[in-house]
Ligand binder design. Structure first.
Ligand code: FPP
Length: 251
């Protein structure tokens, strides 16, 4: 694996667009909700595998604001699944040091969903081994507009100020580092209104695998691919910086 001086190998922020649940179910002649259920298992596996791979922040796209357009039975089924995931996994997350936070709008969530979210967030608040963010009723464009509204009149036009306001607009208090690696499953190659600002310099990784088939080995493959890339953030290639540094230090 190539080493890059820009990469903190223990504090990675990985974001995932979990796509392909419906196709996974269709391939098996099953209702779409069965695909989502299998997708929830893949979420469990992914969260469990994260710390070993140096992932500190894991942001998963669970339900976009555009997903409200889906048929009511699917929306309701997804909401039930999300609530039951929160209820059944909160204690497990707590034991494993995983802090759970939901990002996105909360005012349109059903009370039972909100209750399950709040309980999981309260229980896991002291945890800091992995920060799991579940994007729920989330739209990056809406979040950007909300952040701009927060900043209007403050005179703060800094990137840091905007990042902070953006975090607040989706329900986060501290600052979350930018996304290092964005993974999308199912062969689709688009961002779908997910973390547009936060992915400014993210490495993109697309896999044809459908989300319910995703597992620890696939996550490791994505992280390895990430480490093999040379991230320059607009600067010069890493070896040039290293040799300049060596010249300057006389080594
Ligand atoms: C996209 O696949 C997936 C979603 C809209 C929902 C994601 C939900 C889960 C992975 C399960 C529950 C999540 C948690 C956090 C427990 P799609 O339905 O668009 O698939 P398709 O493109 O094949 O139809």
């Amino acid at each position: 694996m190539k080493q890059s001086p820009f990469v903190d190998r223990t504090n990675l922020h990985v974001a995932v667009i979990m796509d392909g649940n419906g196709r996974w179910a269709a391939q098996r002649g099953l209702p779409r909700l069965m695909g989502h259920r299998a997708g929830a298992e893949a979420v469990r596996r992914t969260v469990e595998a994260a710390p070993e791979l140096g992932i500190r922040y894991l942001t998963l796209y669970a339900f976009s604001s555009d997903n409200w357009k889906r048929p009511a039975p699917e929306v309701n089924g997804l909401m039930r699944l999300l609530s039951s995931y929160m209820r059944s996994e909160a204690a497990n997350c707590y034991r494993n040091g995983v802090q759970v936070r939901v990002i996105g709008r909360r005012d349109r969530l059903q009370p039972q969903v909100l209750e399950a979210v709040r309980a999981a967030e309260i229980l896991t608040r002291p945890c800091n081994r992995v920060f799991l963010r579940l994007a729920l009723d989330y739209s990056s464009r809406d979040a950007i507009i909300a952040a701009a509204q927060r900043l209007a009149g403050t005179g703060d036009f800094s990137r840091e100020g905007f990042s902070r306001a953006l975090g607040q607009s989706i329900g986060l208090d501290g600052t979350t580092p930018d996304v290092d690696l964005l993974v999308r499953t199912s062969g689709e190659q688009r961002l779908s209104d997910f973390l547009l600002w936060e992915c400014g310099y993210a490495e993109l990784y697309f896999t044809p695998l459908l989300w319910p088939d995703f597992n620890a080995a696939e996550l490791e493959r994505a992280v390895r691919e990430f480490h093999s890339r040379n991230r320059r953030f607009g600067a010069v290639a890493a070896p040039a910086i290293v040799s300049e540094h060596l010249l300057a230090s006389g080594d």
